[in-house]
Ligand binder design. Structure first.
Ligand code: SF4
Length: 198
């Protein structure tokens, strides 16, 4: 049978009316409400996050209820990992909790081990940042080299500091690495290393 456009619209309209009538017959309560009432106040929230374990920077979706993580999975909309996560990324929740409880080994404040000491002691962020800045400044002032001899014995300008080294972490992404290396080079550092060096 060949359907004209008008026939098609008539049939579609009839089917819709039939559907509405059937729906009202099945559940008069819902019909009187005029529309389905869905509870949108669910306690579970899904939050986009970035995996902190390596510089790839995969996107994850974290589902949490109250203060507990219920599920973590790859973000399908993230351009880098497109929904996948490696085993480390799948274990992201362990940073915060273990077997449903707060992970007792989770670091929540900076720890400092004094030279010669075998003990780590908690310090405030203010103290840690101030101490690092002070030591970098003092060390650079003391050991900065402006000139050195090259292989031919000629004196050349070098402007470098060999007394400080920098080691990067696999958690740093491209932008953070860019800034970290910029800072190191600006200070005259020449010894830069990375934990994920292959
Ligand atoms: S550790 Fe795995 S999931 Fe996390 S950013 Fe790196 S590759 Fe992605």
């Amino acid at each position: 049978m060949e359907l004209s456009r008008r026939d098609f619209l008539k049939l579609s309209g009839g089917a819709s009316v039939a559907g509405v009538l059937a729906y009202k017959t099945l559940d008069p309560g819902l019909a009187s409400a005029g529309s389905l009432q869905l509870d949108l106040n669910k306690p579970i929230g899904e939050i986009p996050a970035i995996c902190c374990y390596c510089g790839v920077g995969c996107g994850a979706i974290v589902a949490a209820e109250a203060d507990k993580i219920l599920n973590i999975e790859g973000d399908p909309d993230h351009p880098i990992n497109q929904g996948t996560l490696c085993p480390k990324g799948q274990a992201l929740a362990q940073i915060r909790q273990l077997n449903g409880e707060i992970n007792p080994q989770r670091l929540t404040e900076p720890l400092y081990r004094a030279p010669g000491s075998t003990e780590w002691e908690p310090k405030s962020w203010e103290w840690i940042i101030e101490t690092i800045a002070r030591r970098v400044k003092d060390t650079r002032d003391k050991y900065f080299i402006t000139e050195a001899q090259n292989a031919s014995g000629a004196t050349v300008t070098v402007n470098r500091c060999e007394a400080i080294g920098q080691i990067g972490g696999g958690e740093l992404d491209n932008e953070e690495c860019y800034l970290a290396v910029k800072l190191a080079r600006a200070l005259g550092l020449v010894f830069l290393e990375h934990c994920a060096r292959l």
